[in-house]
Structure formats: C-alpha cells, structure tokens
Design a protein around this ligand. Structure first.
Ligand code: HEC
Ligand code: HEC
Length: 322
C-alpha cells in the first residue's frame, strides 16, 4: 500500500510540475517593447491604407452586412469587434474579434499593440487564437506596423464589449504554444515587383485564406491552391479559389489587366448595394476592401502569384450552407 501511495504521489507531483511548467513557459514570447510611435502624417496615411484596404483589420473587426456580396462592414460597427469565427471557419469553438477602437485601446501601450498584432499575445498575456494571421504580420516591416498602430489610435470609439471566447479542449490549452516572437523584415523596394508583391500578399493574408487548413488552424494544403472552406450556417458555403498560375484550375489564363480589373471594378459602396439573399452564393473574400488597393500593388501581387509553382486543384467555390 505504501509503495502504491508513493508512486501515486510521485505521479501527481510530476503532472503538477509539467502543468506548472506549461503555464509558466507558454506563451513563450518576449515582453512588450518600450515604444512611443510618432503619429506623423506619413504614418497615418500608410497606416490608414494598410488597415482599411490591405491587412483585413476592418472586415474582421466589424459586423458584416449579411445580405450584401462579400459582407462589407456595417459602418457603425467598424473596428468595434464582436464578429464571430466558429466551426464553419475551421475554429474549434468560437472566437470573437476584439474592439480595437481608440476607447478600447486607451490602456494599451504601443509595445503591447505591436506584440498582440505580430506575436499573438494580448495585453494581459493571453495567447490569441490565430484567426488573425499574426504570424504573417510578424514577418512584415516594423515601420509598416508602427503605421498601423499610429492609425489605430485615431479610430473613433465604438462602444461594444465582445463576448468571451470558447475554445474546445485541448485547443484551449494548446493555443498557448502558438505565439512566437516577430521576425521583422525590410519591405523590398517597389521596383523588385515579385519580391514586393510577395510582401503585399503576406500583408493581405491571401495565403491564410487561399490554403487549406486543419482544425487547429495549421496550413495543410498546397499554398495558394485554395479549397479552404467557410460555412456560414443558413447563409452560404464558399471555398477559396486556386490562385496559383495553373491554366485550367487557377489564374493561369488571367492577364494582368483582368486581374487588376477584377479587384477594382466594384467599389466598397457598390458592394453595399450588391444584395444577396440567404442561400445564394456569397463570399468571405473582402473584395470591397481590396477595391481600394492601388493598381500598382495589385499588379505586383499578380506578378508574384504568376511566379509561384502552378498547382492543379479544381475547387467548387460555391455550395449550399450546412
Ligand atoms: C481574419 C480576421 C482578422 C484579421 C484580418 C485581423 N484580426 Fe485582429 N483579431 C481577430 C480575432 C478573432 C481576434 C481575437 C483573438 C482571440 O481572442 O483569441 C483579434 C485580436 C486582435 C487584437 C488583440 C485584442 C485583445 O483585446 O486582445 C488586436 C490588437 C487586433 N486584433 C488588431 C488587429 C489589426 C490592427 C489588424 C490588421 C492589421 C487585425 N487585427 C486583423 C481577427 C482578425
Ligand atoms: C478572408 C479570406 C480571403 C482572403 C483574405 C483573400 N481571399 Fe481571395 N477568395 C476567397 C474566397 C472564399 C474566394 C472564392 C469566392 C470568390 O470568388 O469570392 C476567393 C476568390 C479569389 C479570386 C477569384 C478567383 C476566381 O477563380 O474567380 C482571386 C483572384 C483571389 N481570391 C485572390 C486573392 C488575393 C490576391 C488575396 C490577397 C490580396 C485574397 N484573395 C485574399 C477568400 C479570401
């Protein structure tokens, strides 16, 4: 009996130590840096462009107009958070985007914001679930992120407190292992079209949506070959398109002009008027957002996508919601 008791005690102590280590060690990310970002005119312009038309912040951190094509944001909800990401988006549970308007961020330092956006750790040390592509944001240029943060400080307050997240076991624990310190790079010069286009693709999270993922949010498909599924119960089911340069199943036959025109033909306002009934095909691709990207940036994105390996993958984009 004594021996069994001792063994049991040892097991309990070991489990306790392992659990303690796990909670103390993860998220394994450096503390927030000491920063005071100048709100220069250049920063606000660049930040506004990235936040509103490139990096997806506005779409994810607002409520979408549910009956409009591609779900442009309801103006009064912009950046107020509370958009739900659930099983239908590959999240094991439900995660709500947070309020990132001025009022909600008043207590946050610039360093804490930089860490949340690029390493996935909140002000209070909580690991963020990677609905937001923070690992991608962590490989951008530091100065672009400073511009994003400078701009966030100017967004009018929206009063909204999103509900707490509910992640299923064991992801609610494993999520703590996902954050990593950012590895900032230099933005390539714009004359290096392919490298610059690749940088813009990372900033815009194209690969995040256009690559199949497993239930933990890890990419498992061929990058950019599409097929990631988004199911909005009662509304629509859409799968991301193959945007590798395959002739039959990708964008192999698209010209540069067609590609740019596909993005710029309908403005954000146009999208608000493009009504879609429940059950009709709709999409999560933020066409309204990217319609405000410059022709130059879209052109380099095309150049980069044309430079990657073509991959044959026929995707049936639209299906009935489950
Ligand atoms: C694909 C959707 C998506 C995109 C794009 C996105 N976010 Fe998020 N963001 C979220 C979700 C969801 C959370 C909450 C995650 C969690 O609680 O685990 C979040 C969390 C945050 C947080 C942490 C807030 C807190 O209270 O902990 C900040 C800050 C933030 N986002 C800012 C941004 C900025 C700035 C951008 C654009 C550069 C952006 N987000 C782009 C979905 C997104
Ligand atoms: C939030 C997820 C999401 C993001 C971010 C996203 N896409 Fe998409 N994209 C989709 C989905 C879903 C579709 C399929 C439905 C549709 O056509 O809208 C799609 C369709 C497309 C199409 C149409 C292809 C065709 O065959 O008609 C192109 C081109 C495209 N995306 C390129 C991009 C590029 C380039 C980026 C980054 C600048 C990007 N996407 C970012 C989800 C996304």
């Amino acid at each position: 009996m004594r021996v069994v008791g001792l063994i049991l005690l040892a097991v309990v102590v070991l489990i306790g130590a392992a659990t303690g280590y796990f909670f103390l060690h993860y998220p394994n990310v450096a503390g927030p840096s000491q920063l005071a970002i100048d709100r220069t005119t250049d920063r606000l312009l660049r930040g506004g462009y990235l936040v509103n038309n490139v990096m997806g912040c506005r779409g994810c951190h607002s409520q979408p107009v549910a009956d409009a094509f591609a779900g442009p944001p309801v103006p009064e909800t912009q950046f107020g958070g509370g958009r739900a990401f659930h099983q239908g988006h590959g999240v094991p549970g439900v995660v709500y985007s947070r309020n990132i308007t001025q009022g909600a961020l008043r207590e946050w330092t610039d360093g804490e914001l930089l860490r949340a956006i690029t390493a996935g750790v909140s002000k209070d040390g909580r690991a963020l679930f990677p609905v937001m592509p923070y690992a991608d944001y962590g490989t951008l240029e530091r100065d672009d992120l400073y511009s994003v943060i400078a701009y966030l400080r100017t967004i009018p307050t929206v009063k909204n407190v999103p509900p707490p997240n509910q992640l299923d076991f064991p992801v609610n624990l494993l999520v703590r292992t996902l954050p990593h310190d950012a590895q900032f790079v230099q933005r390539p010069p714009s004359k290096e079209a392919i490298a610059y286009g690749k940088y813009m693709v990372t900033a815009a999270g194209c690969g995040h949506c256009h690559t199949r993922m497993d239930a933990q949010g890890n990419p498992v498909g061929v990058p950019f070959a599409g097929g990631r599924e988004f199911n909005e119960p009662g509304q629509y089911l859409v799968r991301s398109a193959n945007i590798t340069p395959d002739n039959e199943t990708g964008i192999g036959k698209w010209t540069r002009e067609q590609f740019i025109a596909r993005f710029r033909s309908n403005t954000e306002e146009d999208h608000r008027k493009m009504k879609v009934a429940p059950g009709e095909p709709n999409t999560v691709m933020p066409w309204w957002e990217f319609s405000g990207m410059t022709e130059f940036d879209l052109g380099t994105i095309y150049d980069y996508l044309r430079s990657i390996q073509p991959s044959r993958n026929a995707v049936e984009k639209f299906a009935a919601a489950r």
